[in-house]
Design a protein around this ligand. Structure first.
Ligand SMILES: Cc1ncc(COP(=O)(O)O)c(C=O)c1O
Length: 349
């Protein structure tokens, strides 16, 4: 039975903002405007350059790495670690004794690797056969050990869990399941920074979006955004969670009223190709009044192609929110969607 504490989500976004403001590579990501279907002006949060890592996931794992090490340091020494202290030799020597392990469809692993490197710790990333070789190269360039594990994402997750149990390394997953939720909630706390950047921008412009399209894999991004939007945005948009038809685990869980697999073949929206939802993300989304949309493989590709024609280079995963907007625009009149917001969640592979 899933209890309330397991499924709760009460992020301390001020702490996450403080951490990132202390980081050399942090900057507010651009909010651009593009000409969408039917002449609709589309707001697009461009995460393609985030922290030099190419995707919004750069805000999740590095923050969790820092929090885990800060808690371990405090337990050992009694000292509360400030971001300013994290570069000091004694803290880095301590971090060097820690290894972080995860499975990844690509970008989460980049965040774990970069976070570990920044703190002086080690990282080992499990990649399924479906993850492009380019990610393995980029991970190695960040100093991570890369292990090819299993044919599909879920198999690499099982391998990462087994690795952590065997080796004593810290498992830093972005998904959640019964008995494992605390660390991924910190990952999601990091993502909340994006919603705060957007809130600041919309408060300044008064130009609040009417619809927000959130592409989802395990659901961490969508849930973090939905939670923050419902919590403190002055004008409330419609929220649409977008998944590949081949991996619609959040929609399946919503329909079933309990965590449920989204079965299907391999998707070319590779970073969204997660057949099991994060139970925390599913539960948060249940509380946030969201609607669900799925994309076919062709629709995902067409969305990336259309964005490329508009000068925005991304992948079908990065374009999926835009794809759902295009799909709806075909059915509804342009006037029904006056100011949509989408996320370009990664740059080109
Ligand atoms: C580019 C991109 N977009 C969206 C997502 C979905 O994020 P989540 O798995 O938190 O739902 C991911 C996840 O890896 C991603 O890499």
């Amino acid at each position: 039975m899933l209890d309330k504490d397991t499924l709760s989500f009460d992020p301390n976004v001020a702490r996450a903002m403080e951490f990132f403001r202390s980081q050399e590579h942090y900057d507010v990501s651009p909010l651009i405007e593009i000409d969408g279907p039917g002449g609709v002006k589309v707001l697009a949060k461009d995460e393609t350059g985030r922290m030099g890592l190419g995707a919004f996931k750069a805000l999740g794992a590095p923050y969790a790495v820092a929090r885990i090490l800060a808690e371990a340091w405090e337990a050992k020494t009694g000292e509360v670690l400030t971001p300013a202290r994290m570069g000091d030799a004694d803290v880095r020597d301590f971090a060097a004794t820690h290894t972080f392990v995860c499975a990844s469809a690509g970008n989460h692993g980049m965040g774990v690797a970069a976070g570990a490197r920044d703190m002086g710790a080690k990282a080992r990333i499990h990649l399924a056969a479906t993850v492009p070789a380019g990610f393995a190269d980029r991970l190695k360039a960040l100093g991570a050990e890369v292990v090819r594990s299993g044919d599909v994402y879920e198999e690499s997750v099982a391998e990462a869990i087994a690795d952590a149990e065997r080796s004593g390394a810290t498992l830093l997953a972005d998904g959640t399941w019964e008995g494992y939720t605390e660390i991924p909630k910190w990952v999601m706390e990091g993502y909340c920074v994006i919603a705060e950047e957007l809130r600041a921008s919309f408060e300044a412009s008064g130009n609040w979006p009417t619809h927000v399209y959130l592409q989802a894999g395990v659901g961490g991004l969508a849930a973090a955004m939905a939670h923050m939007i419902r919590l403190n945005w002055a004008e409330q948009p419609e929220l649409i969670v977008v998944e590949p038809e081949a991996a619609a685990c959040l929609q399946a869980s919503h329909k079933a009223g309990k965590p449920t697999r989204g079965e299907g073949p391999e998707s070319n929206m590779g970073r969204l190709d997660c057949k099991d939802a994060s139970i925390v993300a599913w539960s948060v989304l249940e509380r946030c009044d969201v609607r669900y949309e799925t994309l076919t493989e062709d629709e995902g590709q067409a969305a990336a192609d259309e964005l490329a024609a508009l000068g925005v280079a991304t992948t079908p995963s990065g374009a999926a929110g835009y794809g759902a907007l295009c799909k709806r625009a075909a059915a509804a009149s342009a006037g029904a969607e006056p100011r949509p917001l989408v996320f370009i969640s990664e740059g080109p592979a």
